[in-house]
Design a protein around this ligand. Structure first.
Ligand code: F6R
Length: 613
């Protein structure tokens, strides 16, 4: 996934652009470049393959490029290999248009043919060069200004993109446009900025505009302007949002990796999420716009999400069905587009997403809306695409999550799932008030209990030294424990590159047991009191096949005789146990990854959000 930054202001642009790009490194990239311009002079473009440090060295920390406006980019190769020629910025031959781009232009081949026919030459293999030259073509052919040329290009280019553009005849201005890929614009004391994500600008300002799809605009030293597809000025309609993240929130600080920091931040993030909605002995979702009467009237709940957010949704499904008596159906957002089931009208569709930018989840939301279903986003990023399109929003308070593998956002999503199920149960009268008070008291203990597990991380760290040699790791559990196994297994394979699978433990005997043999590790999560006997019999089955069992359970269970290794988490009502059992599994993935010499922040082939390249 690529990163975009842009700046116009009183300061030298290059160091600001390089700083911004460094804050977007977590998104993954394989080359980088910047273009900086001083007044009417031609811009200077510098690109470097590999890490950002190569670009920093090549420009002497940006000091070699003089000028107060510029654009920058970190590229993750999609069209063409990672090299300097394919790296952005790309420019028309006469430097009329210079630009950087995130996303994919689906019809770039057809557009390239057209431009070749008009005498354009291409040097790179990228779709970006086609996009930039198309803007140039429209500028020249129809004598259009940047807004009209960009708008005409937006109509012709299919796919998703965010672009930042410099135009020869418009010094000290950077133009932008968006369709499908995230883009923000920000105003600071010493200039204006644009970026593909908030951490890039947080050092300078926390006042941000979110660019909507099919909007374009321009930043100048003191101002920001927005235009719609007709070219009409829509600036007055745009809302300036204040980002409440602390300036150091996107820094690694004393931690070796963001993932270590984010695991450690979980007690605080979870506490802030609880405190945002739990008032004394009640749950208050008023800020979401959702009313008690509406929640009470619901017949069914649909949940859509991808990856870890889907696993949080599985917990939601489990609790809603157990506590409220209404049906909940969870579906992978990426599969929903291929399904054609009839949705009940009196339903709420929930969309869980850390970033609020995941394309499949967003598409699922639009599909539900088109069918007249009310939509609720559970999201960590205010103003993100999903939150803007949802009818209601409940936010998680995880702060910026930089590591690609989610930890603290997932933990906060779990809290919202618990609270939503309890709230509906209360409104529907399926659980009495005393029980609800007990649930809330139990949930309030979660932050301290997570801290207690993290404080004993050495136990898991030691275990990880045994996992680095494994080829296959299985995670098994039943009921709510199975949902944690799904998440534990995803995390494990994602950052250790070791094959792992999660199985509902009852399914072992239906096939997967044939894979259990000496050397295979099986992590068995078992917290549900009424299922402990069954879980123990699964562990015995694994032992009989010489697999080595790691039991993850609560302190009130003794698993010494049933497993080779034991990880105990504090006792808690099993309904909320995912918040605790997931912590050692995150730690196991993290330490195994470190021990294998892998950077856990940036798993290969993966990027933080799937909306862009
Ligand atoms: C796994 C992970 C991903 C995300 C998924 C959804 O560690 O981080 O599986 O959970 O890509 O992303 P969001 O929540 O941003 O929609």
């Amino acid at each position: 996934m690529c990163g975009i930054v842009g700046y116009v202001g009183n300061e030298e642009a290059a160091p600001i652009l390089l700083h911004g790009l460094s804050k977007l490194e977590y998104r993954g990239y394989d080359s980088a470049g910047i273009a900086v311009r001083k007044k009417e002079l031609d811009p200077q473009i510098v690109k470097a393959e590999g890490k950002l440090i190569n670009l920093i060295n090549k420009t002497n920390d940006g000091k070699l490029l003089i000028g107060n406006s510029g654009i920058g980019h970190t590229r993750w190769a999609t069209h063409g290999v990672a090299n300097e020629i394919n790296a952005h910025p790309h420019a028309s031959d006469d430097f009329n248009i210079i630009g950087v781009h995130n996303g994919i232009i689906e019809n770039y081949k057809e557009l390239k043919e057209k431009l070749l026919g008009h005498g354009y030459k291409f040097y790179s293999e990228t779709d970006t060069e086609v996009l930039i030259k198309l803007i140039d073509y429209y500028c020249k052919k129809y004598k259009l200004g940047p807004i009209d040329a960009i708008n005409k290009t937006m109509v012709r280019a299919r796919g998703s993109y965010a672009v930042a553009i410099m135009c020869k005849n418009y010094p000290d201005q950077v133009w932008f446009a968006k369709k499908g890929s995230p883009l923000i614009v920000a105003k600071g004391e010493n200039g204006c900025f644009l970026a593909s994500d908030v951490p890039a600008i947080l050092k300078y300002t926390n006042e941000v505009y979110y660019v909507n799809d099919l909007e374009c605009g321009v930043i100048t030293k003191n101002d920001v302007k927005f235009y719609d597809l007709n070219g009409d000025d829509i600036t007055a309609k745009k809302e300036l949002k204040i980002i409440n993240w602390k300036t150091d929130a996107a820094d690694k600080g004393r931690y070796p990796y963001f993932m270590a920091k984010e695991i450690d931040e979980q007690p605080q993030a979870v506490k802030e999420t609880i405190d945002a909605y739990v008032k004394e002995c009640s749950i208050d979702f008023e800020s979401s716009g959702i009313t008690n009467d509406y929640l009470k009237s619901l017949d069914v709940i649909y949940i859509y999400a991808c990856g870890s957010a889907y696993h949080a949704g599985m917990v939601g499904q489990y609790l809603i069905e157990n506590l409220t008596g209404i049906n909940a159906r969870i579906e992978l957002a990426s599969e929903f587009k291929y399904r054609n089931y009839r949705m009940r009208p009196n339903a709420l569709a929930i969309f869980i997403s850390q970033s609020g930018e995941t394309k499949d989840t967003h598409e699922a939301l639009l599909k539900c809306k088109s069918m007249g279903i009310k939509t609720l986003a559970i999201c960590n990023v205010k103003g993100s695409t999903i939150t803007r399109d949802a009818d209601f929003n409940i936010y998680t308070y995880a702060g910026p999550e930089i590591a690609v593998a989610t930890t603290k956002a997932y933990s906060c999503q779990l809290i919202i799932m618990y609270l939503l199920a309890i709230k509906i149960a209360y409104l529907k009268g399926t659980v009495d008030y005393e029980t609800i008070k007990g649930y809330l008291a139990s949930i309030r203990t979660i932050p301290d209990k997570i801290r207690a597990i993290i404080d004993k991380k050495e136990i898991v760290q030691h275990l990880a030294t045994r996992f680095i040699v494994k080829h296959d790791v299985f995670f098994i559990g039943r009921g709510i424990d199975y949902t944690v196994c799904m998440e534990g297994s995803l995390k494990f394979k994602e950052i250790t590159y070791i094959h792992s699978e999660a199985y509902a433990a009852g399914e072992l005997k239906h096939g997967p047991i044939s894979l259990i043999e000496e050397g295979v590790a099986v992590v068995a999560v078992a917290t549900q009191p009424d299922l402990i006997e069954k879980s123990i019999s699964n562990m015995t089955e694994v032992k009989a096949r010489k697999g080595s069992v790691v039991a993850v359970t609560t302190e009130n269970n003794d698993m010494e005789n049933n497993s080779k290794h034991q990880i105990y988490v504090p006792n808690i009502n099993y309904l909320f146990s995912p918040s605790l059992t997931i912590i050692p599994l995150q730690l196991l993935s993290y330490y195994t990854s470190i021990d294998k010499g892998i950077n856990p922040d940036k798993p290969k082939n993966l990027a933080k959000s799937v909306t862009v390249e």
